[in-house]
Ligand binder design. Structure first.
Ligand code: AMP
Length: 595
């Protein structure tokens, strides 16, 4: 089999790769490195994060470098600061035995002067986020005349983040004669367009996501109600002693609230989201990397570019609307040949999204029964007794105390002692579980009986920082229509009658409002603003238009209720509609439901 030794790479590079534990190339490395080492060419490589892309472009770049002048010879563009630092770290690792290679990370939020000083001292490779690099280029701080290779890493993410204009401007600052290597997980039209315009007969390499996802990531689903998710997440931690996971939520608020709840319940978790300062983010990441915290609760944006190996699980606490995002998330586990689990905690109302994600991954997700309290308790007791039995006894301390201990407890039967001891040790956990279950049940009951009160309870829960309201309402109201009043979750064996699919959803029920044969034409949306908020239809439409950039004309069928409004928008607004949730509204967090 081919490996880094058989490719005739320079000796210091091979030594560094050996040291970094790189024995066998990953598929993207095998496809790209020998090709680029023998040919000057543009390249389009379709590969996920975590497939070894950095070495795939980093090794050929380092092989091409001929240090001498102070000007940069290669430029790598990537979407985030995290990724920028991570690529820099990797390249520094690879080049540590090579002569005088300078690699300079350039990203927003840090000092311009320091970066300019690095350019003046001399740099061989610049690793940059587009915005900050553009600033330097416009100020004439970088001599680009010797740049002969440009790498665009995570190109789809860069475009998603609105960097297209900057990238095109940057390209205009670079010499005409250069190689362009584009890496991306997906190839949307916008990227195709870029490649046509700026690349010359690029070689295309596709490293199937199926390889990575299908082989190494196990996709599992726990169907549940929204308000059961915190409890189930805690059961997951309790039943997986080695859990090391990123838990994805949809909003910053959800991430913060969930992390706080986990902490309060005694679990080591922390939140990573856009509202944290850079220093706070760094602190959280260091603690996570050092495994001082076992669960990082993160939003998709904040988690971009984070490189953490050995994750046992990626948990989708909320499913993303875009199946591509699902792929990105789950690609963070099962790295470098290891196995990993991508676990979805899914409300039944999200089965459309589940199916789309499943289709994109290319294999069926496994629908699992979440562990019961009894399962978890059994596991914890087993572990406890395993430790107890294998633990060496400090004879000199405890043996002499035995007569005294014996005397203190001699009037209690051994069986009683053992049971009470277990209660002392595990009772708090059992109690906490029971309390959480009761709370979830009573919320469900309030909902079923409550009519208008439902909204009040729902609001209160949200303020207390429990389940994110959106999914709760979504799962409850729609599921109730389908399921009648029976709570299927408590009767899992009867969960899927014949007329329902394996998610417990009726196959025959089309989401008539949203779907036609050709796909999504109009979307029916629910918003948690209504007559009680003192608004009229026109004002709601205005607000929606303002948040999404749609014209008011496109917001149709507006129906107002006490505490909510339903309306329709064109299918093309699928992504933008969630901008509504970012709008400032007095005393309320706006929540959008896709109906
Ligand atoms: P990347 O996609 O470049 O971010 O790589 C994902 C992770 O896999 C990084 O932590 C790399 O250090 C590691 N890695 C990449 N290639 C190899 C390899 N050939 N052997 C072992 N580990 C690797």
């Amino acid at each position: 089999m081919e490996n880094f030794h058989s490719w005739g790479l320079n000796e210091p590079l091979v030594r560094a790769l050996d040291e970094a534990g790189y024995e066998n190339p990953t598929p993207v490395q095998a496809a790209v490195i020998p090709f680029l080492n023998s040919t000057r060419s543009d390249l389009i490589a379709l590969a996920q994060t975590g497939t070894g892309k950095t070495a795939a472009f980093g090794i050929p770049l380092l092989e091409r470098l001929q240090p001498g002048s102070r000007n940069p010879k290669a430029l790598i563009l990537c979407p985030t600061r995290e990724l920028c630092l991570q690529i820099t770290r990797e390249l520094e690792k690879f080049s540590r035995y090579m002569d005088r290679i300078n690699i300079t990370p350039v990203y927003g939020g840090s000092s311009y002067e320091k970066q300019e000083m690095a350019f003046r001292r001399g740099t061989d490779i610049i690793v940059a986020t587009p915005g900050r690099l553009m600033d330097h280029l416009e100020k004439g701080k970088i001599n680009t005349t010797e740049i002969t290779a440009l790498v665009l890493d995570e190109s789809d993410e860069m475009l998603n983040m609105g960097f297209r204009e900057d990238i095109e401007k940057i390209l205009k600052h670079l010499p005409e004669e250069k190689e362009v290597w584009l890496f991306s997980a997906t190839l949307p039209d916008e990227i195709r367009h870029l490649t046509k315009r700026y690349m010359k007969q690029p070689k295309e390499v596709t490293i199937g996501r199926v390889n990575q996802s299908a082989d190494k990531v196990k996709h599992q689903v726990w169907m549940c109600r929204m308000d059961e998710k915190p409890l189930l997440l805690e059961r997951l931690v309790d039943s997986e002693p080695d859990l090391y996971a990123i838990v994805f939520t949809r909003t910053r608020k959800d991430a913060q609230e969930l992390a706080e709840k986990l902490l309060k319940d005694g679990y080591t978790a922390d939140a990573l989201h856009g509202e944290l300062s850079q220093a706070q983010r760094d602190r959280v990441m260091t603690r996570f990397r050092n495994r001082d915290i076992r669960m990082l609760v993160a939003t998709d944006v904040a988690a971009r570019g984070i490189d953490v190996n050995d994750l046992t699980h990626v948990v989708h606490y909320s499913l993303p609307d875009d199946p591509e995002v699902y792929i990105h998330r789950s690609g963070r586990t099962a790295r470098a040949g290891k196995e990993g689990i991508s676990l979805v905690l899914a409300a039944r109302s999200r089965t459309d999204l589940l199916k789309r994600a499943e289709k994109m991954v290319g294999k069926a997700f496994e629908i699992m029964e979440p562990p019961t309290q009894e399962d978890v308790l059994r596991l914890r007791m087993e572990n406890f007794f395993k430790t107890l039995k294998s633990m060496p006894l400090d004879e000199s301390v405890w043996r002499p105390l035995y007569p005294q201990i014996h005397q203190l407890i001699q009037d209690v039967e051994p069986e009683e002692i053992l049971l009470r001891f277990m209660q002392l040790h595990f009772g708090k956990w059992v109690g906490k579980e029971a309390q959480a279950r009761n709370q979830a049940r009573s919320r469900d009951r309030d909902f079923r009986e409550g009519g208008r009160d439902r909204d009040r309870d729902f609001g209160r829960d949200r303020d207390r920082g429990r389940s994110g309201g959106r999914d709760f309402e979504r799962s409850s109201s729609r599921d109730r229509d389908r399921r009648g009043s029976r709570d299927r979750y408590e009767e899992p064996s009867r969960r899927a009658p014949r007329s329902e699919d394996r998610y417990g959803r009726r196959e025959s029920r089309p989401s008539a409002d949203n779907r036609n044969d050709g796909g999504f034409d109009t979307l029916k949306i629910g918003l948690n603003l209504g007559i009680q908020d003192g608004l009229g239809k026109r004002q709601v439409a205005k607000l929606v238009a303002l948040a999404t950039g749609l014209s008011e004309r496109n917001i149709t069928d507006v129906r107002m209720h006490g505490s909510r409004t339903e309306f329709k928008v064109p299918g093309s607004a699928r992504k933008n509609i969630y901008s509504l949730e970012k709008m400032e509204y007095p005393d309320k967090k706006l929540e959008v439901q896709l109906l």
